[in-house]
Design a protein around this ligand. Structure first.
Ligand SMILES: [Zn+2]
Length: 326
């Protein structure tokens, strides 16, 4: 007898370092639509673990904006700042099994090693045998020697990465005591039972270390969907708008999201021209894996909200986004 399928549970986890920008709405829409297209739950988590990066009031502003756009999440909003005990317990369990070592290297010392990694100089492993400066406050690093991770991304296919060659050793707790989001996400995703993670290309490189950590902690690995970097001319749109805070015009913004995600403005050009939202350049990018369609008659103007999504039979991975007036 086959086991019953695990229900889809997805999430969006913004960092409250400022107001939601266009790129965040793209990420929210991607995970939201995928969850709803699969009849799944979609949860909201605020990744506010790093005090210097957390701007007072930003979390509430993000929640208000998401609500205004019509994103409806399931269950209560989880804040990572309230869960540090769970992360510390996980760190302890890794330390007890010697997967973690204390590191007192400064950023300059690591850079001086000159070993190339995917995010700048990789950690050369100086403190694996003991802290190089015993007098300094230590960070805690995950030992990744001889670790190669292979996983299947739903959109990118097979991904293989040697963690040693890519990063050399990941910080799980900084010298100032702040726990790394890598650790917090592993714990949170497992505790919440998230089955799917949908996110942008910038996070693909850190997924292997996330998976390695899940395996060490005995957690299941969710299905990852990482969408590709946008192709020109969509990347032009992204540069112009990605970092800008989202404005009140929810419908034009959501349409821009769709262009960003699908690489096409098929059928939307005339609408854009009429509404003057600055999307005159359009080209169909080949092979979008996520297809989001808007029925033209539903595009009725300002204040439009995402109010319903449904899977379409012909594209199992697609979602139908209906925009309707509030
Ligand atoms: Zn070190």
């Amino acid at each position: 007898m086959n086991a019953p399928p695990v229900p889809y549970r997805g999430r969006f986890a913004p960092t409250p370092s400022g107001p939601l920008h266009f790129g965040s709405i793209v990420a929210a829409a991607g995970s939201f639509l995928d969850a709803r297209a699969h009849g799944g739950a979609w949860h909201l988590r605020i990744d506010d673990l790093d005090p210097p990066r957390t701007v007072p009031g930003a979390a509430d502003a993000i929640i208000t904006t998401l609500d205004r756009f019509g994103f409806q999440w399931d269950g209560p909003v989880v804040r990572q700042s309230a869960r540090t005990l769970a992360y510390a317990t996980a760190l302890q369990s890794l330390a007890a099994r010697a997967h973690v070592y204390r590191c007192t290297c400064s950023r300059t010392e690591i850079a001086r090693s000159g070993l190339p990694g995917i995010e700048g100089p990789r950690y050369p492993g100086t403190c694996r045998g003991g802290p190089s400066h015993p007098g300094r406050t230590a960070a805690r690093r995950l030992d990744v020697r001889d670790v190669t991770v292979t996983f299947e991304d739903r959109l990118q296919g097979a991904v293989t990465q040697s963690l040693e060659a890519a990063i050399g050793g990941c910080v799980l707790q900084r010298a100032d005591g702040v726990l790394a989001s890598l650790l917090a996400c592993a714990v949170d995703d497992a505790d919440a039972g998230f089955t799917h993670v949908v996110r942008g290309a910038d996070l693909l490189a850190s997924t292997p270390r996330q998976i390695h950590l899940q395996r060490l902690l005995g957690y299941p690995t969710p299905a990852y969907s990482t969408w590709s970097r946008p192709t020109p001319p969509v990347s032009k749109l992204s540069k112009q708008t990605r970092a800008a805070p989202v404005d009140d015009r929810t419908c034009p913004t959501l349409l821009q999201v769709l262009v960003f995600r699908t690489g096409t403005t098929r059928g939307m050009d005339r609408w854009f021209a009429r509404r003057s939202v600055g999307l005159g350049h359009s080209r169909v990018a080949h092979g979008p894996r996520h297809i989001v369609r808007i029925p033209a008659p539903a595009l009725t103007g300002r204040g439009t909200r995402v109010c319903r999504t449904a899977a379409t039979q012909s594209f199992p991975d697609s979602a139908l986004l209906l925009c309707e007036p509030p």
